[in-house]
Design a protein around this ligand. Sequence first.
Ligand code: GLU
Length: 384
Amino acid sequence: MGTERKKILEGVRRVIVKIGSGVLTGTEGLDRDIIQQLVDEMAELIRRGYHIVIVTSGAIASGKHRMGISGKLKSMPEKQACAAIGQSRVMRVYSNAFGRHDLYVAQILLTMDDLTDRKRFINVKNTLSTLMEWNVIPIINENDTVAVDEIKFGDNDHLAAMVANISEADLVISMTNTEGLYDRNPKAPGARKARLIGLVREITDEIETMATAETDPTGMGGMRSKILAARKVTACGIPYIIARGKKKGILGEILFGKDVGTLFIPMAECLSSREYWIAFTLRSRGKLFIDDGARKAILENGKSLLPSGIERVEGEFAVGDPVLVIGSDGKAVAKGLVNYNAQELHKIQGLKSSKIEQVLGYKHYDEAIHRDNMAVQKAQKARG
Ligand code: GLU
């Protein structure tokens, strides 16, 4: 048994268990036996003092089954109608399964909008912590019925990564229908057998290409979106594990440090909750291309971005909007909330802050983006 794993997992108390449609549903719709099996394991962990937050899929798949629809759904309203039918069924199954252990569940349905708005973000955070204090299990899904493209998380892997930040989780477990991440597609024909990667210290380009973009027919994300989620989760110092959800006793095995699934080790230098919110929850509205001096000041000296370091402004954005800050090598240096809108920055780019008032007729701030409103790209170094 890996001592490194044990070390990473000791002290874990708050666990996000993300369960994909491929685990929850079979040919007969929701697989109650699997759900009961997982719930029994979670109930045992709760008895031992763990706090569990579930991010579940299964609404659309269950609704489809209820309506006798096989094959792909044609339109967004059809998906949304199926989600509306399936969601209450999903909750009923969880509620009955936890009921056997005298545990209560609570439903939380979220859209991206709920988390990009800082006030709503805080409300969700407070609700979650109250539920956990009461030992009630929050069961979270995307609010598919209202979510349209621009307010969609897209898949529950991303949603689980956002929830990890809101609930200040110690671990995220992604329950899927493979053992973990393989070094090549295990289903692809070829002489060499695919090898399961037990430990990932750094999410390199090579790791990203190992994950095929191919999605599971029942779920949304596939392995690639799990890797993207792992990147976000480990960036805020939280370990991330991909494992086979249907394997009996899987949750206990993971938490006791057994070598199962793929463990992504958290980053040593991690983002604060606010930095994480800026970096991953908010969608950027534009780009600021900066010179090498400004890049160095941000990355090495912990400074804000001044208009003088900006060489080019791209996009239409308002004051307070999130924008990407790009270095001369084309790589993102940071993401931050701007103090001036796009037109204003066009006018003051490259100028000393003492000139702002002369050009704009006013000066609200010296900085284009203040350091407190900036999430800076951290070095990808795993916690040792
Ligand atoms: N929210 C969707 C559902 O419950 C699933 C999304 C996903 O599997 O990533 O059906």
